[in-house]
Design a protein around this ligand. Structure first.
Ligand SMILES: [Zn+2]
Length: 359
């Protein structure tokens, strides 16, 4: 059971002040047989109190308090008013989700405001089924498993191999801020990893939402999370360097290498030469530039393996006339898989995130 309900009393503002002007009916969500008016910043939504009480214990308590103190209560169109301190736009999305469900919600960058509002308000009002359904959708893009991450990355990669996550996924700074607000650390390691692929100056500058040119809209990480992001980025960079040194530079040939005992000195070195060429390509980060994947160790390590089989230099392959033998390549593939799992396992620690379980 989540502990997201623990602060439920503190957040609800059920202020009833008799001198305020009456709010305006919200144009999009109003029921003629409603019996409670939820008021937010001058708008009200006429809805059904029994329905609200069924889904939200904090709202049920606030409604009971109103009924117990009905001398102070204000009415609009015959419905008692419950004032809340939410934005009308967010409250609209939340009430709509209560009545209609969340199957229409997408988890791309265009729907992020909706996702954010639903998570914040379902957490605040303890509506567990909405929170759970939205988090399930979020976990596809911000997964806990390396397999989930591969799937997410494939979805953001075009047919020519060019990777454009920002065209479909929300910016990780927004996700990190939201995950902290709703106390959901599970989303953080993958969001921090995504962010670590930006330059330190981009991470520190913050994110300006699409369509906005107003610098006051810039979204920043907290100082603590900025340090977590930069420190994790350093760990990742060091991990990649260590991988190159340990697994590529001067790599030992497989005991089953078919060239191992070749009397021809050139052929004897084919597998070594392949790994040396791979090292060179990784250090040049050539495919990072071609595929828009700079500073992405999970990609770079996998690419070290893939570039040996792609063949064509124009498609990110090695420009060698020979390839490592099957035995050497299989051993290298195993080392690549192990390194990537090791990296994934380390993300919570490197980014200073406490998660209950990490797969
Ligand atoms: Zn070999």
């Amino acid at each position: 059971m989540d502990d997201f309900c623990t602060n439920r009393h503190a957040e609800i503002a059920a202020k009833v002040e008799s001198v305020q002007p009456l709010p305006t009916r919200h144009p999009d969500l109003w029921f003629s047989d409603g019996n409670i008016a939820l008021v937010a910043s001058g708008f009200y939504f006429n809805v059904h109190s029994g329905f609200l009480c069924r889904h939200s214990a904090p709202l049920a308590e606030a409604i009971s308090a109103l009924e117990a103190d009905n001398k102070q209560a204000r009415f609009v169109e015959g419905s008692v008013m419950l004032e809340l301190d939410d934005k009308p736009k967010d409250l609209f999305r939340f009430i709509l989700a209560l009545y209609d469900g969340v199957s229409h919600v997408k988890f791309d960058h265009e729907d992020f405001e909706t996702v954010s509002a639903l998570l914040r308000l379902s957490t605040k009002y303890c509506v567990e089924h909405i929170r759970r359904d939205i988090l399930r959708g979020m976990s596809v893009i911000w997964p806990k498993t390396l397999g989930g991450w591969e799937f997410r990355e494939a979805e953001a990669t075009g047919p020519t191999g060019v990777y454009k996550p920002r065209a479909i996924y929300p910016h990780p700074i927004l996700v990190i801020i939201l995950a902290k607000q709703i106390n959901t650390p599970d989303l953080l390691p993958s969001a921090f990893y995504d962010l670590s692929r930006c330059s330190p100056s981009e991470i520190a500058t913050g994110y300006l939402p699409l369509g906005s040119s107003d610098r006051s809209d810039l979204q920043f990480l907290s100082d603590e999370d900025l340090m977590n992001a930069l420190r994790g980025r350093e760990h990742l960079s060091r991990f990649l360097s260590t991988f190159v040194v340990n697994e590529l530079e001067g790599r030992e040939l497989s005991l089953s290498c078919i060239h191992r005992n070749d009397p021809d000195p050139f052929r004897k070195r084919i597998c070594q030469a392949t790994f040396e060429a791979t090292t060179f390509e990784i250090l040049r980060d050539v495919n990072g530039v071609v595929f828009h994947r700079n500073t992405d160790p999970l990609f770079a390590i996998m690419d070290a393996d893939l570039m040996q089989t792609r063949g064509n230099p124009a498609n990110g392959g090695l420009s060698l006339s020979h390839r490592a033998c099957e035995a050497c390549r299989l051993e290298f593939t195993a080392a690549v898989d192990a390194a990537r799992e090791d990296l994934w396992q380390s993300l919570p620690m490197w980014f200073n995130v406490n998660v209950d379980s990490w797969l």
